[in-house]
Write a protein that binds this ligand. Structure first.
Ligand code: PLP
Length: 474
């Protein structure tokens, strides 16, 4: 019968070329400008307006990758990428992801591929053990972990589960009638605001707690806002504490916030998007002190743990609260394994039904590096960032804005906001490095985040020299 498919032999041939292409890319990555230099619509206008009627050759597609797509790539995998946060990857992760694509399984329930569920359970227990998370987050206890697409989805999942716990699971039935109130700090990631909107809580019911001089949430203010809300007849139900805020890597005092949450019976979600990875190293675990008081904890291996986007890990202390919130069992999904209660059906642990076999890439990463290798590279990144902070501190023209707890350095040139913005744009325009800015206490602050897989000391040093020499020519 006629078909248009590639044969396995053709796939083998083209697949090898793609692997070679990726290896070449990494070998030559420093030759590209880190920040893409294209103008808006340049890529779109270079592509045909309609799809090809007849299929095209692999060679033609690869030529277009090189000539049309590559100019529009910002090279997150460049060792000179210091912007936002890392979205690092690694060769073992790419290979694990490739096998996941090759298998093409849809692991929505245990029965649709038992290995997809059970590997995920095992790998998340490994990770929990690597970070010494409390017993309740393990699958053999009351909780367990699940892979989500992003920390934003984990935030939404936590808010909805918290809503249901607070309403005795009536929110799902009758809609949210009570004035439920949630608390975040002024530095909390915007995904929490989005989650509060999407969960039907309403942003008028989101309280913004002030931060201290280290940009960490102030528990005394949290406590007084909760008391005020209760006096006004509102129902406090949810707090998000952050382990490493986006702007400045501020670390909220989890224990103090957790004690308030336990007294008041509020759901505590801990968002460790980037910095969570550092908890693999014992010397940084003090930042997670009090995590046993949390109801949920999330971080992104797709940021700093050498695992391709997307891969967010999310643990809860009581999985029944999640399952009671999200479980729906239509006739077409009924099966013996689910009915036996002996298996996890991860579709009941989050918003989506369909799910990729993402545990594979995480498993490849952990097995390749081992705990020792992961600790080594995290420590290298932290130490390079600390070294950069030392250079800033010793220079007469620049100042450190915060004492960096881990791998993110917040600094500024002493010449003021406009100068800092011009300096950053000029450095980024060279294509030799890419870093970004934020505002802290109303002032422009430059952020240098060290976390790309292949960044070495020489890249950090070159970038510091580039910043200084660029500042001198203004
Ligand atoms: N939380 C924090 C602290 C972050 O820094 C980020 C990303 O910048 C997020 C959440 C959102 O991450 P994701 O893209 O996985 O939703």
């Amino acid at each position: 019968m006629k078909n248009y498919h590639l044969t396995p032999e053709e796939f083998r041939e083209q697949g090898k070329q793609v692997i070679d292409w990726i290896a070449d890319y990494y070998e030559n990555i420093e030759q590209y400008p880190v920040l893409s230099q294209v103008k808006p619509k340049e890529i779109e206008n270079s592509l045909p307006e309609s799809a090809p009627q007849r299929g095209e050759s692999f060679k033609q597609v690869m030529e277009d990758i090189n000539s049309k797509i590559m100019p529009g790539i910002t090279h997150w995998q460049s060792p000179n990428f210091f912007a936002f946060f890392p979205s690092n990857t690694s060769f073992p992760s790419i290979l694990g992801d490739l096998i996941s694509s090759g298998l093409g399984v849809q692991g929505m329930i245990w029965a649709t591929s038992p290995a997809a569920t059970e590997l995920e359970t095992r790998v998340l227990d490994w990770l929990a053990e690597m970070m010494r998370l409390p017993e309740k987050f393990f699958s053999a206890s009351t909780g367990g972990g699940v892979i989500q697409d992003t920390a934003s989805t984990s935030a939404l999942t936590a808010v909805i589960a918290a809503r249901e716990r607070a309403t005795g699971f009536n929110g799902n039935r009758k809609g949210v009638r009570q004035n439920l109130v949630a608390y975040v700090s002024s530095q909390t990631h915007s995904s929490l605001e989005k989650a509060i909107k999407m969960a039907g809580i309403g942003i008028d019911n989101l309280r913004i707690v002030d931060v201290d001089e280290n940009f960490a949430m102030r528990p005394d203010i949290l406590k007084s806002l909760i008391s005020e809300d209760k006096l006004n007849g509102n129902i406090p139900f949810f707090v998000c504490a952050t382990l490493g805020t986006t702007s400045s890597n501020g670390i909220d005092p989890i224990r103090k916030i957790g004690e308030i949450c336990r007294e008041e019976n509020l759901w505590l979600h801990v968002d460790g998007a980037m910095s969570g990875t550092a908890m693999i190293c014992p010397e940084f675990r003090h930042y997670l002190d009090g995590i046993e008081l949390a109801d949920s904890f999330t971080f992104n291996p797709h940021k700093w743990m050498f695992t391709n986007f997307d891969c967010d890990v999310f643990w809860v202390g009581n999985r029944n609260e999640l399952i009671n919130t999200f479980s729906i069992l239509p006739e077409y999904l009924k099966n013996k394994a689910t009915e036996s209660g002996a298996v996890f059906d991860y579709r009941d642990w989050h918003v989506q039904l369909g799910r990729r076999f993402r545990a594979l890439k995480l498993w490849f990463v952990i097995r390749h590096y081992g705990v020792e290798g992961l600790q080594y590279h995290i420590r290298q990144h932290v130490s390079m960032a600390q070294e950069f902070a030392g250079w800033v501190k010793d220079s007469k023209d620049y100042e450190l804005v915060t004492i960096p707890p881990l791998n993110l350095v917040c600094f500024r040139h002493k010449k003021g906001d406009d100068f800092n913005m011009q300096l950053m744009n000029a450095v980024n325009d060279t294509g030799k490095a890419y870093f970004t800015h934020t505002k802290l206490n109303g002032k422009v602050v430059l952020r240098l985040c060290v976390g790309q897989t292949h960044t070495e000391e020489k890249h950090v040093k070159q970038t510091w020299e580039l910043i200084k020499s660029t500042a001198e020519i203004f």
